[in-house]
Design a protein around this ligand. Structure first.
Ligand SMILES: Cc1cc2nc3c(=O)[nH]c(=O)nc-3n(C[C@H](O)[C@H](O)[C@H](O)COP(=O)(O)OP(=O)(O)OC[C@H]3O[C@@H](n4cnc5c(N)ncnc54)[C@H](O)[C@@H]3O)c2cc1C
Length: 378
């Protein structure tokens, strides 16, 4: 999720709701933050394109390639809607067989969508779950997180984005209640204190670098449950303003497996393959190819419009009774079933911008846990 949305008190779609007092507030348990709870730390790159995801057809030799990559911090969220657009382009020539390159969130959803459109599908990929970058995402509905740049996106992008987001939401919701909980609703809390009055002598704070990300969630007003105020004293949080909403959470360990299983059950095949240049695609037997290579498209297609935006996640073992998400001052937590993901979103939106370093930073991981501790009352 992006900082701006979170600071506004949850999804913009739900901003104007009155207080959401429940007859009985759930007894929230503070997350144990000691380092002994950590079972791994991961790094991932958001494949950001200023113009938005590339979803278009290109002829490469005798092949028709449909690109479907560059979804920034919104890849899981927009996956099904993006697949709908890409597969629509792929099926224009009514191919019997379709190849999909890539087995991340975008590749699997495109492959399943192509099967439902009547194609026999083979996925060619260098990595599969759990080794794809999609496996290292936060796992929350965040359809406009670092998805495009206001100044650069095409004029019709917001309309296409809205269609993709609405299609995706409906598909994600269709998994709620399935065995293994690939997708579920989870309470999400946004926490803040009143802004302190600025001291007259305070030095001016430099404006943070703002890549000019497009924020489009206002177009989805009413799609997600509303956020509203909660009495802070009924919570363990060290904040004077607490708002609670609900958000779709992706338990990615299970979601990835379920998508792979659905694909295989419908007769899909995986083949291990690595492509080094577009000309390598001539080796495939399929004439129509959907290219879902994510950040990998930067090297494969020499697409330098892809900017990596780095994010690091500290994973705590699941804790009994802890089943919510919260955000405060740049720290976001989501207590998923496959691990509690803790992420430092940094001082401003540009955190991780153009940083392709996928090595874990242990010092920053330690600092993330310290910051999480401060989210709770002592
Ligand atoms: C820290 C972090 C948190 C995030 N949290 C969220 C979130 O909560 N919600 C959300 O919606 N999005 C989130 N995102 C964004 C999301 O993770 C990405 O947009 C999404 O994973 C991109 O998926 P993909 O399938 O395009 O790429 P990938 O998952 O990278 O998959 C690419 C596939 O292509 C294959 N491939 C690549 N190059 C080649 C090649 N040359 N030859 C053969 N195969 C190749 C790979 O092996 C892989 O199978 C987050 C991103 C980060 C970094």
């Amino acid at each position: 999720m992006d900082r701006r949305t979170l600071m506004r008190g949850g999804l913009a779609t739900a901003l104007l709701a009155p207080g959401l007092a429940r007859a009985t507030e759930p007894a929230l348990i503070a997350i144990r933050t000691d380092p002994a709870q950590v079972f791994r730390t991961t790094v991932c790159l958001r494949p950001f394109r200023a113009a938005g995801p590339r979803i278009e057809a290109e002829t490469v030799g005798r092949k028709q390639v449909i690109h479907n990559y560059g979804h920034g911090g919104s890849g899981w969220s927009l996956s099904w809607g993006s697949a709908d657009v890409a597969v629509g382009l792929a099926m224009q020539s009514s191919p019997r067989k379709v190849a999909v390159i890539g087995a991340g969130a975008l590749g699997l959803t495109a492959a399943i969508t192509a099967q439902r459109a009547g194609a026999e599908v083979t996925i060619y990929a260098k990595e599969r779950f759990p080794f794809v970058r999609s496996a290292r995402a936060t796992g929350i509905w965040s359809p406009d997180s670092r998805v495009a740049q206001t100044a650069t996106m095409p004029a019709d992008f917001p309309v296409q984005w809205e269609r993709m987001a609405r299609t995706s939401a409906a598909m994600h919701e269709s998994f709620v209640g399935s065995a293994g909980n690939p997708v579920e609703w989870m309470d999400y809390y946004t926490l803040r204190d009143p802004e302190p009055e600025p001291a007259i002598t305070e030095p001016a704070i430099p404006e943070p670098f703002d890549p000019g990300f497009a924020y489009l969630n206002d177009r989805l007003r009413g799609l997600m449950p509303a956020y509203g105020s909660v009495a802070p004293e009924t919570t363990p949080f060290a904040a004077t303003q607490v708002r609670r909403g609900a958000n779709l959470t992706f338990n990615i360990a299970d979601y990835g497996r379920q998508l792979e299983a659905d694909f295989l059950l419908a007769g899909g095949r995986f083949e291990h393959a690595e492509f080094h240049a577009p000309s390598d695609l001539s080796k495939l037997k399929e004439k129509v190819i959907i290219n879902c290579t994510g950040y990998g498209a930067r090297a494969l297609w020499k697409d330098e419009s892809i900017v990596p935006i780095r994010g690091q996640i500290v994973w705590l073992a699941p804790q009994e009774g802890v089943h919510y998400g919260c955000y405060r001052d740049g720290i976001g937590v989501l207590a998923r079933r496959d691990g509690i993901v803790v992420q430092d979103f940094g001082p401003d939106e540009a955190f991780g911008w153009n940083d392709a370093n996928e090595t874990v930073d242990p010092l920053s991981a330690q600092a993330t846990l310290e910051k999480l501790k401060a989210v709770y009352r002592a």
